[in-house]
Structures are given as C-alpha cells and as structure tokens.
Design a protein around this ligand. Structure first.
Ligand SMILES: *[C@@H]1O[C@H](CO)[C@@H](O)[C@H](O)[C@H]1NC(C)=O
Ligand SMILES: [Cu+2]
Length: 161
C-alpha cells in the first residue's frame, strides 16, 4: 500500500532536510585567519561554498582590512575606486554569500596583496535546496518551504516505487 510508504518517506525527508540545508560559516584561513603569508587558494581548494554560507575574516586592524574587488582588482591588487566601496575593518567581519559566482577579496595594506599573498578568490554555488530553520525552531517546526519540498519528494518516491 502506497500510503504507508508515503508517510515513512515524508517523515524521513522532513528529518533529513534541515541537516542538508545547514548554512556554514567559513573562517577564512582557519586558525591563521586573514593575514600575510597564508596560501588562501590552498585553504579554499577543498571547500564548497553555497549561497547562504558566510565568510568570516578574522584579523587585526591596523594593518589589515578586507576589500571586496572584481577579478581585475584581485589580479592587480587594486582597491575599488568607487566611494561606496569602503573596506571592512572590524577585524571580525562576517560576509554572507548572497549570490552565486566568483568573489574576490584583498587586503590593501602596503604590499600584503601583491607580494605577501593576502588575497582570496572563491566560487559560490547555488543555494542548498531549503533554507535552514533558525536554531530556536530547528527540530520542532519546519518552514512552509520544507513541508512543501518534503511533500513533493514524498509523492515522487511513492509513485516511483
Ligand atoms: C573593476 O573594479 C575597478 C575598480 O573599482 C573598476 O575601475 C573596473 O571598471 C572594474 N572592472 C570590471 C570589469 O567591472
Ligand atoms: Cu593586510
């Protein structure tokens, strides 16, 4: 009988979805943080970044900062010219990754970017299938989207099996 399978599958999917959809905060450079003499392409190469994840830059200011730049700014270590492009300087900057594509970050202090490797490029992939519920409600209530997604997957599987 399909309905027993349906209930089982929907329940399973609803339990699993919040785990799959958890967003990640990446501490740039790990324990080294955001500084000179760290190979950030090596740090990034085994990580997958999704929309909804965040980068956290930990550093001391002065001397360091974080400028979001384009591919040219990254390659040539030039800071943006536009006035609205202020650097981040808090020393503990969390940047949420809101769109897919390539993202570039540099430190513009002295020769930190050009000679000392303080530059990061990442590629952000599309979001995981469902938004993570806030920690307060995780495991108790599911968002409308997740219920909908679970129902769709459940119906599909119940029909397919
Ligand atoms: C890259 O950023 C620089 C500095 O803000 C700007 O002058 C340039 O036009 C940008 N290039 C592209 C391809 O957007
Ligand atoms: Cu620096």
């Amino acid at each position: 009988m399909a309905s027993n399978k349906f209930v089982t599958l929907v329940t399973l999917v609803m339990i699993l979805l919040p785990t799959i959809a958890m967003a990640t905060d990446f501490i740039v450079g790990g324990d080294s943080g955001w500084t000179t003499g760290v190979d950030y392409s090596n740090w990034a190469k085994d990580k997958t970044f999704h929309v909804g994840d965040a980068l956290v830059f930990k550093y001391s200011n002065p001397p360091h900062n974080v400028f979001k730049v384009n591919g040219t700014g990254f390659k040539e270590c030039v800071k943006p010219t536009a006035n609205d492009q202020a650097p981040l300087t808090s020393g503990n900057d969390r940047i949420e990754l809101k769109t897919p594509g390539n993202k570039w970050y540099i430190c513009t202090a002295a020769n930190h970017c050009a000679d000392l490797g303080q530059k990061l490029v990442i590629t952000v992939m599309d979001a995981a299938p469902a938004p993570a519920p806030s920690s307060a409600v995780r495991g108790i209530i599911f968002s409308g989207y997740q219920v909908f997604a679970a129902a769709v997957v459940g119906v599909f599987l119940a029909v397919a099996i």
